[in-house]
Design a protein around this ligand. Structure first.
Ligand SMILES: [Zn+2]
Length: 381
């Protein structure tokens, strides 16, 4: 991780660079502050700078053999300790190394990874990870070896607040009497949950929220999206880049689902079987996950349209774009067909879930929708 790849945070970067340049690298350091601000990539960038054999004034060289290994997170003197949990058929409590491959993949895929995203990557989104005493013992063992290639042995402890009591006590001993030439880099969202004795022996560095300008620039670099969506994500993020990115991707996905749903409704209303066939082909090729999202999205918008039809605008939860479409569409969703429509979409969802052939399921759904949209509202409605 190069400093220049990290969004904003100029002052923090200068501070970290100057510690290394002035040979004042501490034994233990903690980057703390709100989530999504780049603490983890900043910690890795500092370690990389420390190990780089051709340091530049304000960044690692990016091309020496040490930097190449850092770029793939495989440097033998760089270690990680992160919260993990048992998954699958594991019989004993795991340590980070049991998930080393998943960790590298997740972190290289998104350096602004959140705790939840990490648990999702492990397929354990409903569980809580911890850092256990076995992990602390592993940290002590790793830092006890001579460095392989660089001058320092370095460990990044991500979310040390996830240590249990015995793990924290073990780590405290290490921080009290660290072996020479070690760098323990902790990255914490909640330092208040750590032992005060750990904090008092650690150099603390606050990492503030990222400026809006930097979040905007970062989003534009990663996702070339329209300006309005970017601004929306920036203003909702409050300097949290992970949040900004998630908002943008969520908005983008919703917009895509909106386009697919409204297109299908128009084609069904027009009874355009040829075009519907093209729609079915496209959606069938988009994968089961996306099809399930589309069914869920369609169910939500059908319900919203029914409520709008009942003239109950205050109960609506729609974006401006959805509302504009629904103002024209809602007259077609009424007491005479809403229940059957919801049933048809639910059934399609169940069939997709059960691995039904998506072309058949979606074509059945479309034909059913054509018939249901033709139904007139009951006169009493
Ligand atoms: Zn280098």
């Amino acid at each position: 991780m190069l400093f220049k790849e990290i969004i904003g945070q100029r002052e923090v970067k200068q501070k970290l660079l100057s510690l290394v340049k002035n040979d004042r690298t501490p034994h233990a350091m903690m980057l703390f502050g709100p989530g999504g601000t780049g603490k983890l990539p900043l910690a890795i960038a500092m370690a990389q700078y420390l190990a780089c054999t051709n340091r530049q004034e304000n960044d690692s060289c990016g091309v020496c053999s040490s930097c190449i290994k850092f770029g793939k997170l495989v440097h033998p003197d760089l270690h990680f300790a992160v919260p993990v949990m048992r998954t699958g058929s594991m019989s004993t409590p795991p340590v980070s190394d049991d998930y080393a491959e998943s960790w590298r993949e997740a972190l290289l895929g998104d350096p602004y990874l959140t705790e939840n995203q990490w648990y999702e990557a492990l397929g354990a989104e409903n569980k809580q990870g911890i850092i256990n005493v076995k992990e602390s013992e592993a940290i002590i063992r790793k830092l006890g070896f001579k460095p392989y290639e660089s001058e320092y042995r370095m460990i990044v402890i991500w979310l040390p607040e996830k240590m249990n009591q015995s793990a924290a006590n073990k780590l405290l001993k290490l921080i009290e009497e660290p072996p020479a030439k070690t760098l323990i880099l902790m990255v914490s969202d909640h330092p208040d949950k750590l032992l005060p004795t750990i904090l008092s022996r650690t150099q603390l560095l606050h990492v503030p929220p990222i400026s809006d300008a930097a979040v905007r620039e970062g989003l534009m670099q990663i996702e070339q999206k329209d300006q309005q969506m970017v601004e929306d994500a920036v203003s909702r993020a409050n300097g949290n880049f992970s949040m900004a990115l998630q908002t943008l991707r969520q908005d983008e996905m919703e917009r895509h689902l909106f386009d697919l749903f409204t297109e299908l409704m128009r084609l069904c209303y027009a009874r355009d079987i040829i075009e519907i066939n093209g729609w079915v082909e496209r959606v069938a090729g988009a994968g089961r996950e996306r099809q399930k999202q589309l069914i869920d999205y369609s169910l939500r918008l059908l319900r919203e349209n029914f409520i709008l039809h009942l003239n109950n605008e205050t109960l609506n939860y729609m974006s401006a774009k959805e509302l504009a479409f629904s103002t024209r569409f809602s007259p077609f969703i009424h007491n005479g067909n809403v229940h059957a429509l919801v049933e048809a979409f639910n059934l399609a969802g169940n069939h997709i879930e059960a691995n039904g052939n998506p072309r058949i399921v979606l074509m059945d759904l479309s034909i059913g929708t054509i018939k249901l949209l033709m139904q007139k509202a009951p006169s009493a409605d």
